[in-house]
Design a protein around this ligand. Structure first.
Ligand SMILES: [Mg+2]
Length: 214
């Protein structure tokens, strides 16, 4: 049977809808794993204030912070949701985004979601779509190296000036190899993850300065 382009597309869409991809990690890295206890519920303003204080403690800051979407900014796979639904973010996500913006740090998205239209609709409904300088939302069988190459070429920001949050080990590993400070989150992005990210970013910068002086 001959399969035309349209049929082929339908097969891909159907496969994406039912195949549980990307899978959430079941085994957590014991070193970087966070407590399963959900972060305390705070208002967005309070989170933003705390995030601003936290960011203010660091001298070396990333020029760009990149976020995954599913299970990093929001607690679901958007490919399994309808565009008509009303999405919600992890409790600390919005306050952190606003604080980073206030500090003039660029924001971007790197997502392997096969349903970019749903993701964009949700970003719009959450009133955060315009906060990102670039949104790389496309399915890839590989990790996110292509996403980061695009982000780098669109922004001109070097990989070592980026900080990245994601809930998938292999994405963390691949982005780290490119020179991006990459932080694994197992309970969505929150203030603790932000602190870890900024600390790790500073350590990586110091280590690279030290290597350059050798
Ligand atoms: Mg994810």
């Amino acid at each position: 049977m001959k399969v035309g382009i349209c049929e082929f597309r339908n097969i891909i869409v159907l496969t994406s809808a039912f195949y549980p991809w990307p899978k959430r990690s079941i085994l957590k890295d014991p070193i970087v794993s966070e407590s399963a206890t959900p972060p305390p519920r705070m208002g967005e303003e309070r989170v933003k204030e705390e995030a601003l204080q936290l960011i203010g403690m660091f001298q070396l800051l990333p020029r760009l912070v990149v976020f995954d979407l599913d299970y990093t900014l929001w607690p679901f796979y958007c490919q399994r949701r309808s565009k008509r639904e009303t999405p919600s973010l992890y409790p600390h996500a919005k306050g952190i985004l606003y604080a980073l913006k206030d500090k003039r740090i660029n924001l971007a998205i790197a997502s392997r979601s096969p349903t970019a239209d749903t993701a964009n609709t949700f970003l719009d409904k959450l009133s955060i779509k315009s906060m990102f300088v670039t949104k790389e939302i496309f399915f890839s069988c590989k990790n996110k190296t292509d996403h980061f190459r695009r982000i780098q070429s669109r922004t001109g920001i070097p990989f070592n000036s980026m900080l990245f949050f994601d809930d998938e080990d292999w994405n963390i590993e691949a982005a780290s190899k490119m020179g991006v400070t990459s932080i694994y989150v197992d309970n969505g992005v929150n203030l603790r993850a932000l602190r870890r990210g900024l600390t790790q970013f500073t350590e990586n910068q110091n280590a690279s300065d030290k290597n350059q002086r050798k």
